[in-house]
Unconditional design. Structure first.
Length: 278
């Protein structure tokens, strides 16, 4: 899919420097902590988070099965997880009027696309699209080849692919002889629509240098996938084309907390102000 630099992202979210709010779903049934909530509570929590983020002013939402830690490799993820996340997404989409996407972890590209298709979502995030790395889950290979064929098979070509480069939570030693710029070129070559730069872990800042290196290797829109805060927004958004944000908006400052609408509004006020000068 060949596009100019900004048309794909703008076709989804027609605003400068879009901010995508994270919905960290509660544990799904069958996961290690699936006993802490029932299915209705999982849905209610997700819908509440979605409404809070939208009311606070974010431009899109990304749903992730974040409560399922430790995560499994794609082929081990249960049907119950995919089913629950699809229903959660469908319920959220009925309650909001902004784009919604899925990230089924770890690196479950086909499951993410299936959820998006079933729920009516517009995009997915895939953490390892090209090449490979050693993640917490073990050796994780790039998902592009199978995922793009699957997307065609289920007639889901309108679902956009947000793909990480040099993704967090793992070691990239096996590709250390290749620069981040080269890895970004691979992701673009494998037909991703938007590329993502991240820090080393969830909530950790993304370096401006890494964003710049990724942008050298790709003419695709580049957004950051971790570590955006009200304090660093000016620095990173002067280079990045947008951001995915979650942890800094929580009342506890970590992934397990609830989204604080005042933090959302504060960040979005800063971002909208920056959009006038960037």
């Amino acid at each position: 899919m060949m596009t100019n630099k900004h048309s794909t992202l703008n076709s989804l979210i027609n605003i400068n420097k879009p901010i995508i709010g994270m919905i960290h779903a509660l544990p799904t049934a069958g996961s290690p902590k699936g006993y802490i909530c029932n299915i209705d509570e999982l849905y209610e929590h997700g819908i509440k988070e979605a409404k809070t983020l939208m009311e606070g002013g974010v431009d899109a939402l990304l749903i992730e099965n974040a409560g399922d830690v430790p995560f499994q490799k794609p082929e081990k993820i249960g049907f119950e997880t995919i089913a629950l996340m699809s229903v959660l997404g469908s319920k959220i989409i009925k309650e909001v009027n902004i784009p919604v996407g899925f990230n089924i972890v770890a690196n479950a590209a086909k499951a993410s696309i299936a959820c998006a298709k079933a729920a009516g979502a517009q995009f997915v995030r895939i953490n390892q699209w090209a090449n490979a790395y050693i993640a917490n889950e073990g050796f994780v290979e790039g998902a592009a080849a199978e995922a793009l064929r699957y997307r065609n098979q289920i007639d889901a070509r309108d679902i956009l692919i947000f793909a990480d480069v040099h993704v967090k939570h793992g070691s990239h030693a096996i590709v250390s002889d290749r620069t981040v710029e080269e890895q970004a070129r691979d992701v673009a070559f494998f037909n991703a629509d938007i590329v993502i730069a991240t820090g080393s872990r969830t909530g950790h800042p993304t370096s401006v240098k890494e964003i710049q290196e990724i942008k050298k290797g790709s003419n695709l829109p580049t957004i950051i996938g971790s570590g955006l805060t009200a304090e660093n927004a000016k620095d990173v958004l002067s280079v990045a084309d947008g951001a995915i944000v979650g942890v800094s908006l929580k009342d506890t400052g970590n992934m397990s907390g609830s989204t604080d609408i005042n933090k959302v509004k504060h960040l979005m006020d800063i971002v909208r102000g920056l959009c006038l000068i960037l």
